[in-house]
Design a protein around this ligand. Structure first.
Ligand code: C2E
Ligand code: CA
Ligand code: CA
Length: 267
């Protein structure tokens, strides 16, 4: 089958994937390095297809964005993630946050804000103690600054925190940063990977630490795989991290076990 034919076949499979129950949410811990305490999780979509097996979100999310299916997929993700964080909070993990990835297409869809408000209300997630974090990529924000920024302001009113994902890959946004209602930057994995070998990566992180300090934003490092990277991040002043070193994304029951063990492991 040609690459194009394969893509069409995959796209067809994607259309019915939710209905067939092929989608699952995994969760990856976000950790405070000092103390190795889990402070939140990021919800990551997993698709196991009857014909193609496991398909990476890097492959199917762009397809879903293109076809518009991202709207129903995203709604499902939001519902699952809110239900899960409400459950965890009910079980006593009261300070845990839940990060959900958003496509711009969702963000700019009419009625998105009211969909979010209804979902939060259904699960008793309250403005005064809001666990939901929404992640939008830096490049997505740059593409449509005006509209995206307005949509983000509306969501902020619900008490939701906004994190700018893959930061450092989009360049232009630095000058817009103070105009956007964001609470944190997530350093792109490529810079974390360069720690220890690439002085440019180290300098960029140093700059981001200074910048976020000045703008009163939080900073999260993604893709932390080694103890060396973790230690360098801590030395540079970045204390919140996520990556295989701490845990791979995993089903809720599995991730839940790390809530207490990571906290007692020390850092
Ligand atoms: P992202 O939001 O930047 O998510 C982080 C990605 O890095 C995840 O890939 C995660 O599994 C991976 N990762 C985490 N720690 C490490 C590490 O230490 N090393 C390496 N090499 N990778 C690590 P994943 O799950 O394959 O997701 C890829 C992208 O697909 C996400 O990137 C996000 O942009 C998108 N995505 C995933 N789930 C959703 C969703 O529910 N909605 C939307 N709109 N996009 C999603
Ligand atoms: Ca993300
Ligand atoms: Ca990212």
């Amino acid at each position: 089958m040609s690459a194009c034919g394969n893509t069409t076949a995959l796209d067809n499979e994607l259309q019915g994937a939710l209905q067939r129950g092929e989608m699952r949410l995994y969760y990856q811990p976000i950790v405070r390095i000092r103390g190795a305490e889990v402070i939140g999780v990021e919800a990551l979509l997993r698709w196991e297809n009857r014909r193609f097996g496991n398909v990476s979100p890097a492959r199917f999310i762009p397809m879903a964005e293109h076809s518009g299916l991202i709207l129903s997929l995203g709604e499902w993700v939001l519902e699952q993630a809110c239900a899960q964080i409400a459950r965890w909070r009910g079980e006593g993990w009261r300070r845990l946050s839940m990060s959900v990835n958003l496509s711009v297409r969702q963000l700019l869809a009419p009625g998105f804000e009211s969909l979010v408000a209804k979902t939060l209300a259904r699960h008793g997630l309250d403005k005064d103690d809001m666990p939901l974090v929404l992640e939008v990529t830096e490049t997505a924000v740059i593409e449509d600054m005006e509209q995206v920024s307005e949509a983000l302001f509306r969501l902020k009113r619900l008490g939701i925190a906004m994190h700018l994902d893959d930061f450092g890959t989009g360049y232009a946004s630095l000058s817009y940063l103070h105009r956007l209602p964001v609470d944190a930057l997530k350093i792109d994995q490529s810079f974390v990977r360069g720690l220890g070998s690439d002085p440019v990566a180290e300098n960029l992180i140093r700059t981001l630490v200074a910048l976020t300090d000045r703008l009163d934003l939080s900073l999260v490092a993604e893709g932390v795989e080694t103890e060396q990277q973790r230690d360098m991040l801590r030395q540079l002043g970045c204390d919140v991290a996520q990556g295989y070193l701490f845990s791979r994304p995993a089903p809720a029951e599995e991730v839940q076990r790390l809530f207490s063990t990571l906290a007692t492991r020390g850092g």
